[in-house]
Design a protein around this ligand. Structure first.
Ligand code: CTP
Ligand code: MG
Length: 231
């Protein structure tokens, strides 16, 4: 079986604040989703591509189809959207899946390839990571400092995250059965740690350009990266 890539693009983009789904927000004149799908295509690892879209969406679905991807109506949370895509992949014959945020639309093809390579060589769950730049401090509920955390053992997590398809399906089902609020699941690989604790989650180096466009400043950075004005 081959590789499926699920590009999650069903979010509303509240923090970006454009009043339209984030994946439709233009970057250098083209929707974020288009940049993301171009990266997936360039990587050349996908046998099929699914795109989760907001309920009632027309534009993102059309864009997905133009790029040979299948639009899937997403859910109320990222994890619910991933679940909807997994349901469509039922019986697809795919052996592995890469789950990718449309909002990380400048992720270099090399990151997709290194995640896919690691999955192909037997890793069942793979996440791209980067060292954290800021000093990290733990606080209590009142905001009182409990001291700094050793930053050298911390990593910031990116996407695409790669999984054996049967594993991701199993841990997603386990989360549903445990009554986990999908709103609290911000990361697919965390489901593996919670519901398949015997399975190792492997890391590969991420990339600075794989940052998530979340707030307005991120869009400024993305424009600069595209125009070659940022390293
Ligand atoms: N996503 C999704 N379905 C949802 C929520 C999010 O497919 N119900 C996708 C987003 O489209 C995005 C990725 O998950 O590509 C990461 O989510 P985030 O950056 O939080 O995007 P939004 O939820 O759109 O933004 P916000 O939280 O600011 O509303
Ligand atoms: Mg969100």
């Amino acid at each position: 079986g081959g590789f499926a890539v699920v590009v999650v693009a069903a979010g509303s983009g509240t923090r970006l604040g454009h009043g339209i789904p984030k994946a439709l927000v233009p970057l250098d004149g083209r929707p974020l989703l288009e940049h993301a799908l171009r990266g997936v295509a360039e990587a050349g690892i996908a046998d099929r591509v699914l795109v989760t879209v907001p309920a009632g969406d027309v534009e993102l679905s059309a864009l997905a189809r133009e790029h040979g991807a299948l639009p899937v109506t997403g859910g109320a949370s990222r994890a619910a959207s991933v679940r909807a895509a997994l349901a469509v992949l039922e019986g697809s014959g795919c052996a592995a899946v890469l789950v990718h945020d449309a909002a990380r639309c400048l992720t270099p093809p090399s990151v997709f390839r290194s995640v896919a390579r690691r999955v192909r060589s037997g890793a069942r769950a793979v996440v791209p990571v980067l060292p954290v730049a800021d000093t990290m401090r733990r606080v209590d509920e009142a905001g009182r400092s409990l001291g700094t955390v050793d930053r050298t053992v911390l990593r910031a997590v990116q996407t695409p995250q790669g999984f054996e398809l049967a594993l991701l399906r199993a841990v997603d089902r386990a989360a549903a059965e445990a009554g986990t609020d999908p709103e609290t699941v911000t990361d697919d690989a965390s489901l593996v740690e919670t519901h398949a604790p015997g399975v190792a989650v492997r890391t590969v180096p991420g990339h600075e350009h794989a940052f998530k466009i979340t707030r307005p400043l991120d869009l400024v950075l993305a424009e600069a990266v595209l125009r070659g004005r940022a390293p």
